[in-house]
Design a binder for this molecule. Structure first.
Ligand code: SF4
Length: 626
């Protein structure tokens, strides 16, 4: 018995066929599940250089080894693919119930490949896999769609679905599960490119059976008792992620007016307490007593009069200070509008902030925007622009390609105002005020993400956030830890009080796999996942030149940022050297052969050896010496 089913479902949309496959045990022991397995299958199955929106790209839906077991905060699910925003490997994680329903159906992984000739959706039930026409569902927003799927297939139907923006190939379209989304990297765009509106599941509940049920039950009890008392859980339960706004404002890392400044004087308007006042009820994911979400009323747009689960901190920054705004109700309404179309709030906000700065500097005018006056703080026109992006119309058509591609199309030096890393719009943490975090974002294999390895030490005072040296080891470690957590999937906000030792005990009790009981081995698995993701990207032509930050972060002193005022990342090259040495990569950021052997990644050795940018076939070694 094991909580890992060891089975995957492969669905071919070209010819409406499907088959079940056994996941090789060696894949599981080397990559566990979720992000680890997704990275392995993408590495093996994607031909380098393909267009992310072509039928040859694949979309992987994944649930973690501990999902659906009753363990608190472990039932989120992941979607992975080659991203249409970045061209890199990508993983996005969502709440909602879909992943657990995958496990009830008996799958750790669903691989979607090919492209349907006309809009369809897939329904999975006890009779098997059904390919169903979706012409009449095309154009529906997620709630209308979920309602129709439940009416047709039963009240307990759970789905992963896209909104109108995914159909229209806005490059940062999301995938919904209930009220939650896999938001980043355009995973919904890949789904739309396959003419696939939804994957729905309605099967009887079948809880995974742990290898050692008594031990596993005992560990859940321990977790629950830790959570009951823990202050972090209390804060998350009451305020949710909006509590972050005041912390980042004090640190001077709250991105303001397209990352020109790092704080605002009126932060109380967007504080956790302010959003708590607007909270109507609690909300959260399957089997999570932290329940960090909150339902709030929408006052404009297509979801007006209803409530949404949100906003999270990242949406508050994106539709608040980043656009020169401090209106909490506007943040909620903008969040709801993005949800209705199915677009990522971070990417949407950063694209609009880019346009606002161009407008403020006179580089574009209302003649370019179709009449929109994109002055800082113009809520009405920002709202219209979100709608245009969702519909891929007017000026929104250009911004729907993401800020990197939009700047490339506009030319005239506009790329200086495009805030992204590898094409992924930056999150709500100003890199100039947290230098280790800046390194993590610069080296992230999915681009400018805040979720690829967060150095908590820079927020807790254990590490000086403004110091630029000595951060390579720290970032290598937090990226490995994040990869391990994503391979389970342990929610960053719901895993309070747990550490690698506890993951080892849980995994062994759940699966009976001896190697999982060894914490050093688990961290090695984390490193193996980061490494195979890097190998995927190297094969696509990525390397040191891409591990960078926007020029603004390297050359413009940060303004109005409290302790981070006048900061820049002046020594990124040194930080990169430290990071590559910590992971056994060459000076070009390519995994060294020796390290690939140590990590038991034979599948990548030939690719890395023959890569033209490989400057040395030897790993520099763990001590940094060649
Ligand atoms: S802490 Fe929040 S995001 Fe994480 S699993 Fe719980 S409800 Fe979901």
């Amino acid at each position: 018995m094991s909580t890992i089913t060891g089975r995957l479902l492969r669905i071919n949309l070209n010819d409406s066929s499907f088959k079940e496959e056994k996941i090789p045990r060696r894949h599981i022991t080397r990559f566990i599940s979720a992000r680890g397995l997704g990275a392995k299958y993408l590495y093996d199955e994607l031909t380098p250089g393909i267009d992310p929106l072509c039928p040859e790209n694949k979309l992987m839906l994944l649930i973690g080894a501990l999902g659906g077991t009753g363990l608190q905060g472990f039932s989120k699910w992941a979607v992975m693919s080659k991203s249409p925003l970045t061209g890199t490997i990508f993983r996005s994680i969502s709440g909602g119930n879909f992943g657990v329903w995958m496990k009830h159906a008996g799958y750790d992984l669903i691989i979607l490949e090919g492209k349907a000739t006309a809009p369809i959706y897939i329904h999975i039930d006890t009779d098997g896999v059904h390919f169903l026409e979706a012409t009449d569902l095309w154009g529906l927003e997620y709630r209308q769609l979920q309602t129709q799927l439940r009416e047709k297939h039963g009240l307990h139907t759970e789905s992963a679905c896209i909104g109108p923006a995914g159909e229209k190939l806005v490059r940062y379209a999301v995938i919904h599960s209930g009220e939650r989304t896999a938001s980043r990297g355009g995973m919904g765009t890949v789904m739309g490119s396959k003419n696939l509106k939804a994957v729905s599941i309605n099967v009887p509940i079948k809880k995974p059976a742990p290898f050692d049920p008594e031990a596993f039950k005992g560990l859940i009890k321990t977790q629950v008792s830790i959570l009951k008392e823990h202050p972090r859980k209390q804060t998350m339960n009451t305020l949710g992620t909006p509590y972050i706004t005041k912390i980042v404002n004090i640190m001077g890392i709250l991105p303001t007016k397209n990352y020109q400044a790092g704080s605002i004087p009126t932060i109380e308007d967007l504080s956790g307490d302010k959003f708590f006042e607007l909270k109507k009820s609690r909300a959260g994911c399957y089997a999570c007593m932290t329940r960090c979400g909150g339902m709030r009323e929408v006052t404009q747009g297509p979801l007006r009069g209803s409530q949404i689960d949100g906003p999270e901190y990242e949406t508050i920054f994106a539709f608040g200070p980043l656009l020169g705004l401090t209106d909490p109700q506007f943040v909620i309404d903008a969040n709801a509008l993005c949800d209705a179309y199915g677009i990522d709030t971070i990417s949407t906000g950063v694209c609009i902030a880019f346009a606002c700065e161009l407008f403020a500097k006179g580089i574009i005018s209302s003649a370019d925007t179709g009449g929109l006056e994109l002055t800082w703080g113009n809520k009405e026109d920002v709202f219209s622009l979100i709608e245009q992006i969702g519909k891929r119309k007017g000026f929104g058509r250009l911004l729907g390609d993401g800020v990197k591609k939009a700047a490339e199309q506009m030319g005239d030096g506009t790329d200086a105002f495009a805030m992204h890393i590898k094409g992924l719009e930056l999150p709500g943490y100003e890199p100039r005020g947290v230098k280790g975090y800046a390194l993590s974002m610069a080296t992230s294999n999915i681009g400018g993400s805040h979720m690829y390895g967060r150095p908590r030490e820079e927020f807790s005072g254990q590490a000086d956030p403004l110091v630029e040296t000595g951060k390579g080891d720290l970032i290598a470690r937090v990226q490995k830890e994040q990869a391990l957590e994503d391979s389970l999937i342990a929610c960053t906000f719901g895993n309070t009080g747990l550490d690698t030792a506890m993951y080892a005990r849980l995994l062994f009790a759940a699966t009976g796999i001896d190697d999982f009981g060894d914490t050093a081995n688990l961290l090695k698995i984390g490193e193996r996942i980061v490494c195979i993701e890097r190998c995927f990207n190297v094969r696509e032509g990525f390397g040191r030149k891409d591990d960078t930050l926007p020029e603004r972060m390297r050359k413009e002193p940060l303004q109005q940022a409290g302790p981070a005022t006048d900061q820049m990342v002046v020594n990124l090259e040194h930080l990169l050297d430290e990071y590559y040495q910590a992971l056994g990569y060459t000076a070009e950021g390519i995994p060294g052969i020796e390290r690939l052997q140590e990590l038991d990644l034979p599948e990548a050795i030939e690719d890395m050896k023959t890569h033209p940018a490989t400057d040395s076939l030897e790993s520099p070694g763990r001590d940094g010496q060649p």
